[in-house]
Write a protein that binds this ligand. Structure first.
Ligand code: GTP
Ligand code: MG
Length: 252
């Protein structure tokens, strides 16, 4: 990728680009095009990864008679957030730096039904031979100080373009519905009302996290009773055969 064109710094009011790195309209056009091209590569990586999870969900839902994945959301980090993240770390704001230093330009959030599904889906994804796991953080086994829980992966995935293959990074968050519920509300409370978020509220939100973790544990115990072991194909087919009308003598 051509890294010749630097992203210009925003002016202090964040009202737009400053002209300091742009000497001509042509420069601006090239810079904008390079940035859009990079963003479209990240979009392709998100599509690849989303498909991989959809495929796993499809396969498991046939065997399990239920869907381990409840929803998948993807998001592309906006240019201002990318620039702010790099500036905060004192890193250069250019294409090369984005690719090297910002791991969450492409973000995929996979919301599962049960805790067991989170790990099962993560393992099935991680062992695919075109996926490289760069980093894993298990905030389920080790929740953050505020109570946040999720399984985080930073991965590299290839995308196949007309003339080249590119390896793109992405951040994947895998969590249960209860973890997602808590994280969404905590995010709203913390970011929207950060000024009046005092210690008591922090303790309260941590208490809610503990309640949601308890709920997840209970629901997973129920799941283990209903689905004691992961089905295998042989058992599944035997069971399905027994239920066919021809064997049960039922008339259609
Ligand atoms: P950054 O991307 O710079 O934050 O790197 P990091 O090393 O802190 O990454 P981490 O894996 O801890 O968090 C990455 C993402 O997880 C965040 O951008 C959020 O989407 C989510 N996340 C992490 N902590 C919290 C939290 O306390 N509350 C909520 N709601 N989301 C969180
Ligand atoms: Mg963070």
């Amino acid at each position: 990728m051509d890294n010749k064109f630097e992203l210009p710094a925003f002016n202090t009011e964040n009202t737009g680009f400053s002209a300091q790195n742009v000497s001509s309209a042509e420069d601006l056009l090239h810079m904008g095009y390079s940035f859009m091209k990079l963003m479209s590569y990240y979009t392709c990586a998100m599509m690849e990864i989303e498909t991989k999870f959809n495929v796993l969900n499809e396969e498991f839902s046939l065997l399990w008679d239920r869907q381990p994945i409840s929803s998948i959301k993807t998001r592309l980090k906006d240019p201002l957030s990318i620039r702010n993240k790099l500036m905060k770390k004192g890193l250069p704001v250019d294409m090369k730096s984005i690719e090297e230093n910002v791991n969450d330009v492409a973000g995929i959030r996979v919301v599962c039904s049960f805790i067991a599904d989170v790990y099962m889906i993560a393992e099935a994804f991680k062992k695919q031979d075109d996926i490289t796991v760069i980093e894993q953080k298990d905030y389920i086994a080790h929740p953050k100080q505020n109570g946040y829980r999720s399984l985080h992966l930073i991965v590299a995935v290839p995308i196949f373009l007309q003339h080249e293959k590119r390896i793109m990074k992405a951040e994947i968050q895998i969590r249960t519905i209860a973890m997602d519920f808590w994280a969404s509300l905590e995010h709203q409370l913390r970011y929207k009302k950060a000024d009046n978020f005092d210690d008591e509220m922090a303790a309260d939100i941590k208490y809610c996290a503990a309640l949601s973790a308890e709920l997840d544990k209970h629901m997973d115990e129920l799941r283990a009773k209903v689905y004691p072991a992961p089905p295998n194909e042989e058992d599944f087919l035997k069971q399905a055969l027994q239920e066919l009308p021809i064997f049960t003598g039922e008339k259609r």
